[in-house]
Design a protein around this ligand. Structure first.
Ligand code: TXA
Ligand code: MG
Length: 372
């Protein structure tokens, strides 16, 4: 149970933050074992597995519903998780290379996997991108704010660490009131990957962020569950043909209504432009089976199921999530995977959906989860 409390906290740099109202579940007073000496860092282009520096002391993670309070941490160079309409992000000042490095460390993220920079206003993109081609302008006009990330040539003023050393930069303007208020209060662009430990599903609630990152980041801005539940669509607009590098909430059909030339990245060199695909995406602990109908779910009381149709009468699986439609399925999937891991289910059965519209992104995540 969360309790309301006034308290002061110390930042990783030792500054004292003024006391203010925060909601502190009792779990936030303890620090994960993984922070003990010996923690491994994955920072820098070489993504070495060796510890690069002595581990930082555990950070006290403050929970707050206030975007202005959360912004004070970010402005001091610390890490703040915040909600967006897709999933929660783990933010740092995009123009402060030291702060950005801490994101990689807190997540255990390989240093060559680039981060998306979040803005409060489309005008901020001009300070992040060296140029903004006409297709990018048209997509911004149509989808900013919204769940679309555009990959553009990186402005030299943006530290290379943000984009894992690439000459490009991903930018996005979230369509979420609390995120916008936070970004506004930060007064600077915010680099933010999804706020999960590497290898875990993207978090769709602040509680999931807390589960992964408490004791590693300064602050969590508490919003409700995110609306979409899947991540933004990533479109590379640096070449003559805009390429979807990651399927997401904005569908190819919607993109093509604005820029008909948009294509999905398919070939090896095209996919190589999306560093995220080089890394193993989240897969739950239990094996994931993709099925066409729930009649394929075996009578196993330790199994779990998610899909659009109910499982036929018989022994019920340990977890069974029946979604109203594809949107609802997308909204619930990552939370379902977390519950499967927490529960230690024996196997996970996920019903396939047609790979069009939002179904394309949903099938992408299901296929990645099922890949071993
Ligand atoms: O909805 C979202 O996109 C969320 C919220 C927080 O905005 N963010 C998110 O970030 O999902 P992340 O880091 O978990 O995934 C970003 C993906 C990665 O696959 C990364 O490789 C790709 O976008 N990406 C980012 N910048 C890129 C760039 N410059 N070129 C190619 N791919 C890029
Ligand atoms: Mg992610």
């Amino acid at each position: 149970m969360a309790e309301a409390a006034f308290r002061s906290t110390r930042t990783p740099r030792g500054d004292t933050i003024r006391p203010f109202l925060a909601l502190l579940p009792s779990a936030s007073h303890s620090f994960p074992r993984s922070l003990n000496p010996g923690r491994r860092c994955l920072v820098g282009a070489s993504a070495s597995l060796e510890p690069l520096e002595p581990p930082l002391p555990p950070v006290q993670t403050l929970l707050t519903p206030s975007p202005t309070v959360a912004a004070t941490f970010l402005r001091r160079g610390e890490l703040v998780a915040f909600p967006t309409e897709t999933v929660y992000g783990l933010g740092a000042d995009a123009l402060d290379p030291e702060a950005v490095r801490r994101i990689f460390e807190a997540k255990g993220r390989p240093g060559d996997n680039p981060l998306i920079v979040h803005v409060a206003h489309p005008a901020q993109v001009d300070a992040l991108a060296a140029e903004c081609p006409p297709a990018a302008r048209a997509l911004m006009e149509a989808f900013f704010p919204g769940p679309l990330t555009l990959v553009l040539p990186r402005h030299p003023a943006v530290p290379a660490v943000v984009s894992g050393g690439l000459e490009t930069i991903g930018v996005r303007m979230p369509d979420h009131a609390l995120a916008r208020a936070f970004l506004e209060a930060c007064g600077r662009p915010v680099a933010a990957p999804s706020a999960n430990r590497s290898g875990r599903p993207s978090p769709t609630t602040w509680e999931a962020v807390h589960e992964d990152l408490a004791g590693r980041i300064a602050c969590i801005l508490q919003g409700g569950p995110t609306q979409a539940g899947l991540e933004s669509t990533v479109v590379d607009v640096t070449g003559p043909i805009p390429l979807v590098l990651r399927a997401g909430v904005v569908t190819p059909e919607q993109l093509r209504q604005v820029v008909p030339a948009v294509r999905l990245a398919r070939t090896g060199p095209e996919l190589a432009r999306s560093p995220g695909t080089r890394y193993r995406h989240y897969a739950p602990h239990a094996p994931v089976h993709l099925i066409d109908t729930p009649s394929e779910v075996p009578a196993d009381p330790e199994a779990a199921y998610i899909g659009l149709l109910p499982v036929p009468a018989g022994p019920a699986p340990a977890l069974s999530v029946v979604c109203a439609d594809v949107q609802d399925y997308a909204h619930r999937l990552f939370d379902f995977f977390r519950r499967c891991d927490a529960r230690g289910v024996s196997a996970i059965y996920c019903q396939r959906v047609p790979p069009d519209g939002l179904g394309l992104a949903l099938m992408d995540r299901l296929q990645r989860a099922a890949a071993r």
